[in-house]
Design a protein around this ligand. Structure first.
Ligand SMILES: [Zn+2]
Length: 67
């Protein structure tokens, strides 16, 4: 029986996407979100006081997979 404690499936609080997140120190900086973009989106919700998706994403992180 194998128990992989290195990582486990998590649900992104922003987009609800399921992803594999490492535990402990291996966690990404944008934990518990699936990606940095989701972290910024969620942060923007709180900053604007409106819990909705904001289109005002900060520049520099626009290199998304748009193909
Ligand atoms: Zn997400």
């Amino acid at each position: 029986m194998e128990t992989s404690r290195a990582s486990r499936p998590c649900i992104c609080p922003n987009c609800g996407k399921e992803y594999i997140c490492p535990e402990g120190q291996g966690r990404p900086a944008f934990f518990p979100f699936c990606c940095e973009r989701c972290q910024w989106i969620d942060l923007g919700k709180w900053l604007t006081g409106q819990y909705r998706i904001s289109e005002d994403l900060p520049p520099g992180d626009a290199q998304d997979e748009k193909k």
